[in-house]
Design a protein around this ligand. Sequence first.
Ligand SMILES: [Fe+2]
Length: 320
Amino acid sequence: MSQINLSAMPALAAMPGGRAHRGFETLPPLGTLSTRRYAHIDPRPIVPALGAEVAGIDLRQPGAAAQAELRDLLAERKVLVFRDQDLSPHQYADFLRIFGTPVKEDMVVDHNHPPEVGAIHTQPNEQQQINFWHMDHSFRELPTRVLSLYAKLLPPVGGDTLFASLAAAYDALSDELKEQIEFLHCAHRVTRTQNTKRRYSEEEAEAMENAPPFVHPLVPRDPGNGRRYLFVNVPIYCRGIVEQPTAEGDALLRKLYRHVQRPEFHFRLTWRVNTVVVWENSHTLHYPVSDYFPHERKLWRGVIDATESDRPVAASLARA
Ligand SMILES: [Fe+2]
């Protein structure tokens, strides 16, 4: 019987550069999950970094106390998932009002829908092309904080959506990098995507593309929980660091964008028909997986109008 000769194995310390390779860099502890008790809903964390699956509530008739708990839970967990909810278009619009004022975004709305209930509709034989990590609307002066989707028509398998926590991503940066980026700002500008045609007229899209970029702090503080988060988006929206030369700023943004994509900061949602999701768009990134061609998929979509309190404020200026 042969034996493995351990002394002949390369030592960990002999890795190039003198560093022991133990996988990716270690992450700091994520902290304990909230022990807050919710009396009117039954939330379960999905992964430590973010997400809660919420049971014990019928979204057709949430009472005032349950609504207040949902707002608190959203601020705490950033993505809320509700299964098996049977809502009419008007009941879905009423649900959206728990989180603010829903607004019309889509140019064409289904004939029986209130204007504020749009849809992400991938037609049969149409390839869904927004398959990259991003947040919506970072290129607006007031980026949309709350978005929602409601699954109505799904492919037999596939079409998942991933969500990533920008606060967990920030926490995991080295102290050196945190110091380096604390006072930086990023220029955000719209790019036309597959969804632009559906949501805006040709003139609107052109005006948005030609408008000057909006500048947002790279490290804002979340007024909902006091935590810093990394306000980065996909490079097609996140166009440069204001305080740095182009090449240097772009390299930093690419590095941060790659960092956010680590699986430790995200979870993958598998939709079922009648799953409702509401999430803090400007505190997370999402990735719609485009793996279900040539099947059809339709999700109703709600957008909560951003208010002044949703403006990203630099952590260095915001009160803790
Ligand atoms: Fe999106």
